[in-house]
Design a protein around this ligand. Sequence first.
Ligand SMILES: CC(=O)N[C@H]1[C@@H](OP(=O)(O)OP(=O)(O)OC[C@H]2O[C@@H](n3ccc(=O)[nH]c3=O)[C@H](O)[C@@H]2O)O[C@H](CO)[C@@H](O)[C@@H]1O
Ligand SMILES: C=C(OP(=O)(O)O)C(=O)O
Length: 426
Amino acid sequence: MHKYIIEGSFPIGGKIKANGNKNAALPCITAALLTDEPVILRNIPEIEDVLVLFDILRDLGCSVEKIGHHAFKIQTLNIKTSEISVEKAKKVRASILFAGPLLARTGKAVFPPPGGDVIGRRRLDTHFIALNALGAQLTVDGLFTLEANKLVGKDIFFDEPSVTATENAIMAACLAKGTTVFRNVASEPHVQDLCNMINLMGGEITGIGSNTLTIVGKKKLKGCEFEICADFMEVGSFIGLAAVTHGELEITHADPQNMRNAKIAFNKLGVHWEQDENNIYVPANQPLKIIRDMGNKIPIISNGPWPNFPPDLMSIMVVVATQAEGTVLIHDKMFDSRMFFVDKLNSMGAGIILCDPHRAVVNGPGKLNGADLVSPDVRAGMTMVIAALCAQGKSTIQNVYQIERGYENIAERLTNLGAKIERVLD
Ligand SMILES: CC(=O)N[C@H]1[C@@H](OP(=O)(O)OP(=O)(O)OC[C@H]2O[C@@H](n3ccc(=O)[nH]c3=O)[C@H](O)[C@@H]2O)O[C@H](CO)[C@@H](O)[C@@H]1O
Ligand SMILES: C=C(OP(=O)(O)O)C(=O)O
């Protein structure tokens, strides 16, 4: 186990490349199971979650070869089992993404409840409702077993636009018999990437980017070469870091078109940036000041399914708000316990009132001091790194696995921006 030792209040700035989107890479990796031909994926972040999925793929009989920086070739000639390793699946939430493609390719998928961040109840119901509607039977006995003699296209209205349920259902439907229409589905950039990849494999998905997808099932899909989009969670984290450390930052390969919802939220805290087609420029020394709503009302930053403000950037907004003058309500409408980490920021000097598990009122600016911290989840962990880099004095952050599963080589990349951050064995 490693920990970070961070000395705060040093100037941060320079140029950093945004990596590929973790939540796009994960379904695109499992989608390689949909064909027996080689699939080449580029811009894959080399993070713990990805390595776990590669490990599970190898157990299933697939070959995974690194062919370049962030580039991998996956081929699944024969799948030797439909059961995925319980121990490995429990490490990551995204192990659930084997269900759809295994079912489509082998008629069976056996897997345990997945792991992932402890940020509240995480339903799986939508996955099973959608796969069942396509023809799969579910048995639960500690493990989940899905079986289908044949998957058949249907018109299905989702009970909620779950991201990974949408992805699983898409992967099952693209090899089902006939046409499927999915309504009220997720449309995040990672869902769009998966659809675009499947279309390159010979799939026929329309409505990409909307909440209604029409999928014409194919007997067989072929190999493809596909590049993963930029990670808007990482881009938002870097913008937050620049804002609270008052540094000037250029974020390259940032896919700024996916930051429109985040821009509205950051602007409410007085954070602005310039952008061109691919890059984002955050100016130095921005006066962070919370902009009141009409009638001098306290503004609210809340999340929702895409194209609303993304839940994975909520924690970052909290730390930025601690450094802004004024009051803002941060309302996580989706996860039950993502907000509990704010007591750690308060222990550093922040002025946050946790109203209930979903809502926190942040009063700023509060001068932060270094503290001993433990990362509870990937985004709260990154938030602690940002807080520690903004704070006076030394902080330690333990359980950095829960940061590195989402952010590649982050200690070194931030060191290149001037951060004083050491990664040492605990
Ligand atoms: C591997 C992966 O891709 N993980 C992402 C995926 O997880 P995941 O697919 O697990 O998340 P879901 O989209 O299923 O939902 C997340 C939570 O939001 C709730 N919910 C969902 C839709 C809705 O309209 N209202 C609502 O309250 C769900 O009940 C659940 O508690 O999507 C989440 C929501 O963007 C992200 O935080 C995760 O990083
Ligand atoms: C919640 C997240 O990931 P996961 O769904 O993999 O737990 C995240 O990326 O913020």
